[in-house]
Design a protein around this ligand. Structure first.
Ligand code: HEC
Ligand code: HEC
Length: 350
Protein backbone atom coordinates (compact mmCIF):
# COMPACT_ATOMS: atom_id res chain seq x y z
CA UNK A 1 0.00 0.00 0.00
CA UNK A 2 1.30 3.49 -0.89
CA UNK A 3 0.84 6.01 1.88
CA UNK A 4 -1.39 8.94 0.88
CA UNK A 5 1.40 11.39 1.75
CA UNK A 6 3.84 9.56 -0.51
CA UNK A 7 1.21 9.60 -3.23
CA UNK A 8 0.70 13.36 -2.89
CA UNK A 9 4.40 14.12 -2.91
CA UNK A 10 4.85 11.86 -5.92
CA UNK A 11 2.14 13.78 -7.75
CA UNK A 12 3.72 17.03 -6.71
CA UNK A 13 7.09 15.91 -7.97
CA UNK A 14 5.58 14.82 -11.25
CA UNK A 15 3.90 18.19 -11.73
CA UNK A 16 7.17 20.00 -11.01
CA UNK A 17 9.01 17.82 -13.53
CA UNK A 18 6.37 18.33 -16.21
CA UNK A 19 6.22 22.07 -15.64
CA UNK A 20 9.95 22.58 -15.72
CA UNK A 21 10.20 20.39 -18.78
CA UNK A 22 7.66 22.49 -20.62
CA UNK A 23 9.43 25.62 -19.41
CA UNK A 24 12.70 24.39 -20.87
CA UNK A 25 10.86 23.41 -24.02
CA UNK A 26 9.41 26.89 -24.26
CA UNK A 27 12.81 28.50 -23.82
CA UNK A 28 14.07 26.23 -26.54
CA UNK A 29 11.26 27.36 -28.82
CA UNK A 30 11.99 30.99 -28.07
CA UNK A 31 15.49 30.45 -29.32
CA UNK A 32 14.10 28.83 -32.44
CA UNK A 33 11.63 31.54 -33.28
CA UNK A 34 13.71 34.66 -33.13
CA UNK A 35 14.46 36.62 -36.29
CA UNK A 36 18.07 36.19 -37.36
CA UNK A 37 18.47 39.97 -37.58
CA UNK A 38 17.38 40.33 -33.93
CA UNK A 39 19.78 37.62 -32.85
CA UNK A 40 22.63 39.23 -34.78
CA UNK A 41 21.85 42.63 -33.31
CA UNK A 42 22.80 41.25 -29.89
CA UNK A 43 26.27 40.41 -31.11
CA UNK A 44 27.05 43.30 -33.44
CA UNK A 45 28.18 46.80 -32.54
CA UNK A 46 25.89 48.21 -35.23
CA UNK A 47 22.96 46.98 -37.32
CA UNK A 48 22.26 47.60 -41.00
CA UNK A 49 20.42 50.82 -41.90
CA UNK A 50 17.29 48.93 -42.90
CA UNK A 51 17.05 46.94 -39.65
CA UNK A 52 13.80 47.09 -37.68
CA UNK A 53 13.52 44.77 -34.68
CA UNK A 54 10.49 42.49 -34.31
CA UNK A 55 9.42 44.55 -31.29
CA UNK A 56 9.31 47.70 -33.40
CA UNK A 57 7.48 46.20 -36.38
CA UNK A 58 4.16 47.91 -36.97
CA UNK A 59 1.59 45.40 -38.17
CA UNK A 60 -0.31 48.00 -40.23
CA UNK A 61 2.87 49.01 -42.06
CA UNK A 62 3.78 45.36 -42.61
CA UNK A 63 0.37 44.83 -44.21
CA UNK A 64 0.66 47.96 -46.34
CA UNK A 65 4.15 46.99 -47.45
CA UNK A 66 2.86 43.59 -48.48
CA UNK A 67 0.02 45.21 -50.44
CA UNK A 68 2.53 47.42 -52.20
CA UNK A 69 4.67 44.44 -53.21
CA UNK A 70 1.73 42.35 -54.42
CA UNK A 71 -0.62 45.01 -55.88
CA UNK A 72 1.35 48.24 -56.34
CA UNK A 73 -0.85 50.08 -53.80
CA UNK A 74 -0.42 50.60 -50.05
CA UNK A 75 -4.14 50.23 -49.40
CA UNK A 76 -6.77 48.28 -51.33
CA UNK A 77 -8.97 51.40 -51.54
CA UNK A 78 -6.20 53.32 -53.37
CA UNK A 79 -6.94 51.15 -56.41
CA UNK A 80 -9.62 53.64 -57.41
CA UNK A 81 -6.83 56.03 -58.37
CA UNK A 82 -4.98 53.86 -60.88
CA UNK A 83 -2.46 56.62 -61.47
CA UNK A 84 -1.11 56.14 -57.95
CA UNK A 85 -0.03 52.57 -58.66
CA UNK A 86 3.70 52.14 -58.22
CA UNK A 87 4.11 50.74 -61.73
CA UNK A 88 1.57 50.44 -64.50
CA UNK A 89 3.41 47.50 -65.97
CA UNK A 90 4.44 45.19 -63.15
CA UNK A 91 4.06 44.33 -59.50
CA UNK A 92 7.13 43.16 -57.56
CA UNK A 93 5.76 39.61 -57.35
CA UNK A 94 5.77 39.25 -61.15
CA UNK A 95 9.53 38.73 -60.82
CA UNK A 96 10.20 38.02 -57.11
CA UNK A 97 8.75 35.45 -54.75
CA UNK A 98 8.15 36.61 -51.19
CA UNK A 99 8.56 33.21 -49.55
CA UNK A 100 11.63 31.14 -48.99
CA UNK A 101 12.60 29.40 -52.25
CA UNK A 102 15.85 27.52 -51.49
CA UNK A 103 16.10 24.35 -49.39
CA UNK A 104 19.69 25.25 -48.48
CA UNK A 105 20.19 28.93 -47.63
CA UNK A 106 23.93 28.58 -48.24
CA UNK A 107 23.45 27.85 -51.92
CA UNK A 108 21.77 29.41 -54.92
CA UNK A 109 20.94 26.34 -56.98
CA UNK A 110 18.18 26.48 -59.61
CA UNK A 111 17.68 22.70 -59.67
CA UNK A 112 17.02 22.19 -55.98
CA UNK A 113 15.00 25.43 -56.06
CA UNK A 114 12.70 24.10 -58.80
CA UNK A 115 11.64 21.07 -56.78
CA UNK A 116 11.35 23.14 -53.61
CA UNK A 117 9.04 25.77 -55.15
CA UNK A 118 6.99 23.22 -57.05
CA UNK A 119 6.23 21.35 -53.82
CA UNK A 120 5.10 24.60 -52.28
CA UNK A 121 3.05 25.68 -55.31
CA UNK A 122 5.16 28.81 -55.78
CA UNK A 123 6.54 30.38 -58.94
CA UNK A 124 10.01 29.87 -60.43
CA UNK A 125 11.09 33.40 -61.26
CA UNK A 126 14.02 35.26 -62.81
CA UNK A 127 14.70 37.49 -59.76
CA UNK A 128 15.72 36.45 -56.23
CA UNK A 129 13.06 36.06 -53.56
CA UNK A 130 12.54 39.05 -51.28
CA UNK A 131 12.33 36.61 -48.37
CA UNK A 132 15.53 37.07 -46.40
CA UNK A 133 16.67 40.05 -48.46
CA UNK A 134 17.09 41.97 -45.16
CA UNK A 135 19.65 39.34 -44.13
CA UNK A 136 21.87 40.13 -47.09
CA UNK A 137 24.55 42.77 -47.17
CA UNK A 138 24.88 43.20 -50.94
CA UNK A 139 22.30 43.44 -53.70
CA UNK A 140 22.56 43.42 -57.51
CA UNK A 141 25.67 41.39 -57.42
CA UNK A 142 28.33 40.38 -59.87
CA UNK A 143 27.09 40.57 -63.46
CA UNK A 144 24.22 42.95 -62.69
CA UNK A 145 26.86 45.62 -62.63
CA UNK A 146 27.33 44.85 -66.33
CA UNK A 147 23.66 45.27 -67.04
CA UNK A 148 22.90 48.36 -64.99
CA UNK A 149 26.37 49.89 -64.77
CA UNK A 150 26.78 52.92 -62.52
CA UNK A 151 23.12 52.69 -61.43
CA UNK A 152 24.04 49.68 -59.32
CA UNK A 153 26.77 51.37 -57.29
CA UNK A 154 24.50 53.06 -54.71
CA UNK A 155 22.22 49.99 -54.65
CA UNK A 156 24.93 47.49 -53.87
CA UNK A 157 25.27 48.10 -50.17
CA UNK A 158 22.01 49.78 -49.17
CA UNK A 159 18.72 47.91 -49.33
CA UNK A 160 16.54 51.03 -49.65
CA UNK A 161 18.55 52.08 -52.72
CA UNK A 162 18.26 48.58 -54.17
CA UNK A 163 14.48 48.80 -53.78
CA UNK A 164 14.37 52.22 -55.46
CA UNK A 165 16.50 51.00 -58.35
CA UNK A 166 14.16 48.09 -58.90
CA UNK A 167 11.03 50.20 -58.50
CA UNK A 168 12.18 52.54 -61.26
CA UNK A 169 14.30 50.38 -63.55
CA UNK A 170 13.12 46.76 -63.11
CA UNK A 171 9.43 47.59 -62.62
CA UNK A 172 9.45 50.52 -65.02
CA UNK A 173 7.52 52.52 -62.44
CA UNK A 174 8.11 55.41 -60.09
CA UNK A 175 10.30 55.64 -56.99
CA UNK A 176 8.56 54.91 -53.69
CA UNK A 177 7.60 57.89 -51.56
CA UNK A 178 8.64 58.09 -47.92
CA UNK A 179 5.53 56.43 -46.55
CA UNK A 180 5.79 53.60 -49.08
CA UNK A 181 9.47 53.05 -48.33
CA UNK A 182 8.74 52.91 -44.61
CA UNK A 183 6.05 50.25 -45.15
CA UNK A 184 8.27 48.37 -47.57
CA UNK A 185 10.99 48.16 -44.91
CA UNK A 186 8.53 46.96 -42.27
CA UNK A 187 7.30 44.27 -44.63
CA UNK A 188 10.78 43.18 -45.74
CA UNK A 189 11.94 42.95 -42.11
CA UNK A 190 8.88 40.81 -41.35
CA UNK A 191 10.05 38.30 -43.98
CA UNK A 192 13.64 38.02 -42.74
CA UNK A 193 15.07 34.59 -41.89
CA UNK A 194 14.20 33.01 -38.55
CA UNK A 195 16.77 31.25 -36.41
CA UNK A 196 14.94 27.94 -36.80
CA UNK A 197 15.79 28.03 -40.52
CA UNK A 198 19.54 28.12 -39.88
CA UNK A 199 19.68 24.53 -38.58
CA UNK A 200 21.96 25.19 -35.62
CA UNK A 201 23.00 21.97 -33.89
CA UNK A 202 22.90 21.67 -30.09
CA UNK A 203 26.56 22.54 -29.72
CA UNK A 204 26.12 25.72 -31.76
CA UNK A 205 23.00 26.73 -29.86
CA UNK A 206 24.92 26.30 -26.66
CA UNK A 207 27.78 28.36 -27.94
CA UNK A 208 25.41 31.18 -28.88
CA UNK A 209 23.88 31.09 -25.41
CA UNK A 210 27.10 30.90 -23.46
CA UNK A 211 30.08 32.27 -25.39
CA UNK A 212 31.42 35.76 -24.72
CA UNK A 213 33.14 35.90 -28.05
CA UNK A 214 30.69 38.05 -30.00
CA UNK A 215 32.85 37.99 -33.12
CA UNK A 216 32.84 34.22 -33.18
CA UNK A 217 29.07 34.02 -32.67
CA UNK A 218 28.39 36.54 -35.40
CA UNK A 219 30.59 34.56 -37.74
CA UNK A 220 28.79 31.33 -36.83
CA UNK A 221 25.35 32.84 -37.50
CA UNK A 222 26.44 34.38 -40.78
CA UNK A 223 28.01 31.13 -41.96
CA UNK A 224 24.52 29.62 -42.18
CA UNK A 225 23.28 31.56 -45.20
CA UNK A 226 24.53 33.48 -48.24
CA UNK A 227 24.70 37.19 -47.61
CA UNK A 228 24.21 37.99 -51.28
CA UNK A 229 22.52 36.43 -54.25
CA UNK A 230 25.10 35.37 -56.84
CA UNK A 231 24.45 36.31 -60.46
CA UNK A 232 26.29 34.96 -63.48
CA UNK A 233 25.11 35.98 -66.92
CA UNK A 234 25.45 33.40 -69.67
CA UNK A 235 25.52 33.91 -73.40
CA UNK A 236 22.96 31.96 -75.41
CA UNK A 237 24.41 28.59 -76.31
CA UNK A 238 25.92 28.36 -79.77
CA UNK A 239 23.59 26.71 -82.25
CA UNK A 240 25.95 23.73 -82.68
CA UNK A 241 26.19 23.24 -78.91
CA UNK A 242 22.43 23.01 -78.31
CA UNK A 243 21.05 19.57 -77.51
CA UNK A 244 17.42 20.42 -78.35
CA UNK A 245 16.07 18.55 -75.39
CA UNK A 246 18.14 15.40 -75.74
CA UNK A 247 18.52 13.94 -72.23
CA UNK A 248 16.22 16.67 -70.99
CA UNK A 249 13.57 15.84 -68.42
CA UNK A 250 10.17 16.93 -69.81
CA UNK A 251 8.60 16.77 -66.34
CA UNK A 252 10.93 19.47 -65.09
CA UNK A 253 10.42 21.29 -68.37
CA UNK A 254 6.68 21.37 -67.77
CA UNK A 255 7.24 22.84 -64.30
CA UNK A 256 9.46 25.55 -65.77
CA UNK A 257 7.01 26.34 -68.54
CA UNK A 258 4.07 26.61 -66.16
CA UNK A 259 5.66 28.07 -63.05
CA UNK A 260 7.89 30.51 -64.89
CA UNK A 261 7.07 31.33 -68.54
CA UNK A 262 3.30 31.14 -68.26
CA UNK A 263 3.14 33.31 -65.13
CA UNK A 264 4.00 36.29 -67.35
CA UNK A 265 2.90 35.06 -70.77
CA UNK A 266 -0.57 33.69 -70.03
CA UNK A 267 -3.76 35.65 -70.80
CA UNK A 268 -3.90 38.73 -68.55
CA UNK A 269 -0.15 38.36 -67.93
CA UNK A 270 2.28 41.26 -68.18
CA UNK A 271 3.03 40.94 -71.90
CA UNK A 272 1.29 41.01 -75.27
CA UNK A 273 3.25 37.97 -76.36
CA UNK A 274 1.03 35.09 -75.24
CA UNK A 275 2.03 31.52 -74.56
CA UNK A 276 -0.42 28.72 -73.76
CA UNK A 277 -0.83 24.95 -73.97
CA UNK A 278 -1.79 24.75 -77.66
CA UNK A 279 0.25 22.48 -79.90
CA UNK A 280 0.75 25.41 -82.28
CA UNK A 281 2.50 27.43 -79.54
CA UNK A 282 4.95 24.61 -78.88
CA UNK A 283 5.56 24.13 -82.60
CA UNK A 284 6.38 27.84 -82.86
CA UNK A 285 8.85 27.64 -79.93
CA UNK A 286 10.36 24.46 -81.34
CA UNK A 287 10.75 26.03 -84.78
CA UNK A 288 12.64 29.10 -83.54
CA UNK A 289 14.82 27.19 -81.07
CA UNK A 290 17.46 26.47 -83.70
CA UNK A 291 18.01 30.19 -84.42
CA UNK A 292 19.45 33.17 -82.58
CA UNK A 293 16.17 35.10 -82.95
CA UNK A 294 14.15 36.47 -80.01
CA UNK A 295 11.62 33.61 -80.21
CA UNK A 296 14.34 31.07 -79.52
CA UNK A 297 14.09 29.94 -75.88
CA UNK A 298 17.88 29.54 -75.82
CA UNK A 299 18.32 33.21 -76.64
CA UNK A 300 15.40 34.89 -74.92
CA UNK A 301 16.12 33.29 -71.53
CA UNK A 302 19.76 34.35 -71.50
CA UNK A 303 19.32 37.79 -73.02
CA UNK A 304 15.85 38.87 -71.98
CA UNK A 305 14.47 41.96 -73.67
CA UNK A 306 14.79 45.67 -73.01
CA UNK A 307 12.04 48.10 -72.34
CA UNK A 308 11.25 50.41 -75.24
CA UNK A 309 9.72 53.85 -75.33
CA UNK A 310 6.03 53.32 -75.86
CA UNK A 311 6.18 49.69 -74.75
CA UNK A 312 7.63 49.34 -71.29
CA UNK A 313 7.19 45.67 -70.33
CA UNK A 314 10.39 43.72 -70.84
CA UNK A 315 11.64 40.30 -69.91
CA UNK A 316 14.47 39.93 -67.38
CA UNK A 317 17.22 37.53 -68.38
CA UNK A 318 17.69 34.33 -66.36
CA UNK A 319 21.16 34.04 -64.82
CA UNK A 320 22.92 30.72 -64.40
CA UNK A 321 21.76 30.74 -60.77
CA UNK A 322 18.12 31.20 -61.78
CA UNK A 323 18.03 28.65 -64.64
CA UNK A 324 20.69 26.10 -65.53
CA UNK A 325 21.61 24.99 -69.05
CA UNK A 326 20.26 21.57 -68.12
CA UNK A 327 16.93 23.16 -67.19
CA UNK A 328 16.81 24.80 -70.61
CA UNK A 329 17.20 21.32 -72.12
CA UNK A 330 14.41 20.13 -69.82
CA UNK A 331 12.24 22.95 -71.14
CA UNK A 332 13.11 22.01 -74.72
CA UNK A 333 12.28 18.34 -74.02
CA UNK A 334 8.85 19.45 -72.84
CA UNK A 335 8.36 21.77 -75.82
CA UNK A 336 9.26 18.89 -78.16
CA UNK A 337 6.89 16.49 -76.45
CA UNK A 338 4.04 18.99 -76.70
CA UNK A 339 4.83 19.97 -80.28
CA UNK A 340 4.71 16.39 -81.51
CA UNK A 341 1.71 15.17 -79.52
CA UNK A 342 -0.96 13.66 -81.74
CA UNK A 343 -3.73 15.91 -80.45
CA UNK A 344 -3.51 19.36 -78.89
CA UNK A 345 -3.98 19.02 -75.14
CA UNK A 346 -7.54 19.81 -74.16
CA UNK A 347 -7.65 23.16 -72.46
CA UNK A 348 -7.55 22.84 -68.73
CA UNK A 349 -9.04 25.36 -66.38
CA UNK A 350 -6.70 26.19 -63.52
C1 HEC B 1 10.29 42.84 -64.21
C2 HEC B 1 10.91 42.15 -63.14
C3 HEC B 1 11.06 42.83 -61.78
C4 HEC B 1 10.14 43.54 -61.07
C5 HEC B 1 8.73 43.87 -61.45
C6 HEC B 1 10.77 43.90 -59.82
N1 HEC B 1 12.03 43.40 -59.78
FE1 HEC B 1 13.37 43.60 -58.24
N2 HEC B 1 14.78 42.66 -59.35
C7 HEC B 1 14.60 42.12 -60.61
C8 HEC B 1 15.85 41.56 -61.07
C9 HEC B 1 16.07 40.83 -62.39
C10 HEC B 1 16.80 41.80 -60.04
C11 HEC B 1 18.29 41.42 -60.08
C12 HEC B 1 18.86 40.69 -58.94
C13 HEC B 1 18.14 39.46 -58.46
O1 HEC B 1 17.05 39.61 -57.86
O2 HEC B 1 18.57 38.34 -58.62
C14 HEC B 1 16.07 42.48 -58.99
C15 HEC B 1 16.64 42.86 -57.78
C16 HEC B 1 15.95 43.36 -56.70
C17 HEC B 1 16.52 43.52 -55.39
C18 HEC B 1 17.92 43.10 -54.99
C19 HEC B 1 17.91 41.60 -54.82
C20 HEC B 1 19.26 40.95 -54.65
O3 HEC B 1 19.34 40.03 -53.80
O4 HEC B 1 20.21 41.32 -55.33
C21 HEC B 1 15.53 44.03 -54.58
C22 HEC B 1 15.62 44.33 -53.11
C23 HEC B 1 14.35 44.19 -55.41
N3 HEC B 1 14.65 43.78 -56.69
C24 HEC B 1 13.16 44.69 -54.97
C25 HEC B 1 12.05 44.85 -55.79
C26 HEC B 1 10.82 45.48 -55.37
C27 HEC B 1 10.54 45.99 -53.97
C28 HEC B 1 9.99 45.50 -56.45
C29 HEC B 1 8.62 46.12 -56.56
C30 HEC B 1 8.54 47.53 -56.27
C31 HEC B 1 10.69 44.85 -57.54
N4 HEC B 1 11.94 44.49 -57.12
C32 HEC B 1 10.16 44.65 -58.81
C33 HEC B 1 13.43 42.11 -61.32
C34 HEC B 1 12.26 42.74 -60.96
C1 HEC C 1 8.71 38.32 -65.47
C2 HEC C 1 7.88 38.07 -66.60
C3 HEC C 1 8.37 37.11 -67.66
C4 HEC C 1 8.79 35.80 -67.50
C5 HEC C 1 8.92 35.02 -66.22
C6 HEC C 1 9.07 35.30 -68.83
N1 HEC C 1 8.84 36.27 -69.76
FE1 HEC C 1 9.14 36.11 -71.75
N2 HEC C 1 8.75 38.09 -71.97
C7 HEC C 1 8.26 38.93 -70.99
C8 HEC C 1 8.06 40.25 -71.55
C9 HEC C 1 7.49 41.44 -70.80
C10 HEC C 1 8.47 40.19 -72.90
C11 HEC C 1 8.53 41.35 -73.88
C12 HEC C 1 7.89 41.13 -75.18
C13 HEC C 1 6.47 41.59 -75.33
O1 HEC C 1 5.76 41.83 -74.34
O2 HEC C 1 6.06 41.71 -76.47
C14 HEC C 1 8.89 38.81 -73.13
C15 HEC C 1 9.34 38.30 -74.36
C16 HEC C 1 9.47 36.96 -74.67
C17 HEC C 1 9.72 36.41 -75.97
C18 HEC C 1 9.96 37.21 -77.25
C19 HEC C 1 8.71 37.78 -77.78
C20 HEC C 1 8.97 38.96 -78.67
O3 HEC C 1 7.97 39.52 -79.10
O4 HEC C 1 10.12 39.34 -78.88
C21 HEC C 1 9.76 35.04 -75.85
C22 HEC C 1 10.00 34.00 -76.95
C23 HEC C 1 9.56 34.75 -74.46
N3 HEC C 1 9.39 35.94 -73.76
C24 HEC C 1 9.55 33.47 -73.91
C25 HEC C 1 9.60 33.21 -72.56
C26 HEC C 1 9.88 31.90 -72.01
C27 HEC C 1 10.11 30.64 -72.81
C28 HEC C 1 9.87 32.04 -70.66
C29 HEC C 1 10.13 31.00 -69.61
C30 HEC C 1 11.44 30.39 -69.64
C31 HEC C 1 9.57 33.45 -70.37
N4 HEC C 1 9.43 34.12 -71.54
C32 HEC C 1 9.48 34.00 -69.09
C33 HEC C 1 8.04 38.59 -69.68
C34 HEC C 1 8.40 37.39 -69.10
Amino acid sequence: MIKPTTFVSCCFLLIVVVLSFSFIQQKENNFQEEKVSDLLAKFSPSSPLHYISMDDLDSLKVRQGKNLVTTGFLNPEDKKIFKSRQSKHFVCTDCHNIQREDPDLKQSNPETRLSYVSEKGMKFLPATTLYGTVNKSHWYNQDYLKKYGELVVPARDTLANAVQLCAVVCSQGRALNEEEMESMMHFLNSIGYSTSELDFNEKEKNLIKTSDDTGQIKELIESKYLNYSPATFLNPQKIEARKYGENGNPKNGKLIYEMSCLTCHQERGVTNYKLNNEQLTFKHLQYWSSTHKMFSVYDITRKGTYSKNGYKPYMPNYTKERMSDQQLEDLMAYINSMATQSRPETKKKN
